[in-house]
Ligand binder design. Structure first.
Ligand code: TA6
Length: 299
């Protein structure tokens, strides 16, 4: 759908449509509570700032802003698998939802109300069925609330066979420096260290960063907090429908290996991902739904 068609169908105060990068179609929502920009490619949240206009999320200066490609930063949707495909290395990492064109199905609330949001939809297609032979509908609601960005991803099994998914709202947060940033709330929680053959380890105290970190925290508490954000405020992530939390910083060597990631950008970002990964995959029976969500607040 082109911008003018989107504008005529969904245009209202506080809702704008724009082109970014090569050809990304982006909907930007602006209210008294903040601003969020979402690309139809992957229903990918690119930017969010609250009423203080301070950026909360991080986007690489080398991000591919192209349809059909994953975007480095913001909030990629990893679905229906997290990480590499379990059986076929030819399949896209983190599934196909983040590289698919989603449909904007509605604007939620209004500019001067308590919330302004958008709902997106993705269903199975011949290309998705070739990668993952199940019939599904995904609905993704992104809402700017007073003091928070709220995300909810609902998986519906539209077929006659149960399927199993792993997933993540793979949020990239902007920080002042990785050398001083910390993540609180996971003290005493076990995690699988993706850099040590998924060895099970125990988190003691807050998470600090002096090397690459890539961990799947198990049965993670619903709330975690990031200290050292760009605004200086503590960022709280409250997860729901999620058994795991993934914490990642690529550090120096991996940053240099990623073409869509600046060599020094590891210094200014960290990922805290609301997820169902590792042992927390989710079985969805025919006709059933599963919801995962997160609320992101600058305290
Ligand atoms: O955040 C956890 C993780 O699985 C890391 O292992 C790293 O690969 C990251 O996701 C980014 O993955 P991507 O496919 O977007 O490069």
């Amino acid at each position: 759908m082109d911008l003018s068609a989107l504008e005529s169908r969904f245009g209202q105060r506080g809702v704008q449509f724009e082109r970014l990068g090569e050809d990304l179609c982006v909907v930007r929502l602006h209210s008294e509570h903040g601003t969020v920009a979402i690309a139809l490619n992957g229903a990918h949240v690119l930017e969010y700032c609250g009423a203080d206009s301070k950026a909360v999320l991080w986007l690489s200066e080398k991000a591919n802003l192209e349809n059909g490609k994953p975007i480095r930063g913001g909030i990629p949707i990893c679905w229906p698998w997290f990480g590499p495909h379990p059986d076929d290395s030819e399949q896209p990492a983190h599934g196909f939802a983040r590289i698919s064109q989603w449909e904007l199905v509605g604007i939620l609330g209004e500019h001067c109300g308590g919330e302004l949001g958008a709902e997106f939809r993705l269903t199975d297609s011949p290309s998705s069925l070739r990668m993952w032979p199940y019939s599904f509908e995904l609905r993704y609601r992104v809402r700017v609330l007073p003091g928070a960005l709220d995300l909810e991803l609902v998986t519906s099994n539209q077929g006659d066979r149960a399927f199993r998914i792993s997933e993540a709202l793979h949020s990239y947060f902007g920080i002042q420096s990785i050398h001083s940033a910390t993540v609180d709330g996971l003290d005493g929680v076990h995690y699988l260290d993706q850099l040590a053959g998924m060895e099970r380890k125990l988190q003691t105290g807050n998470i600090q960063f002096d090397r690459e970190v890539d961990r799947i925290y198990l049965d993670a508490p619903s709330k975690a907090r990031i200290n050292g954000s760009l605004s200086g405020k503590q960022i709280e992530i409250e997860s729901r429908g999620s058994g795991s939390a993934v914490v990642w910083n690529p550090w120096i060597d991996k940053a240099m290996r990623m073409p869509d990631f600046g060599d020094d950008e590891y210094l200014e970002m960290l990922c805290y991902e609301t997820a169902n990964a590792g042992p927390h995959s989710i079985a969805v029976d025919p006709g059933q739904d599963h919801a995962i969500g997160a609320s992101i607040r600058a305290l």
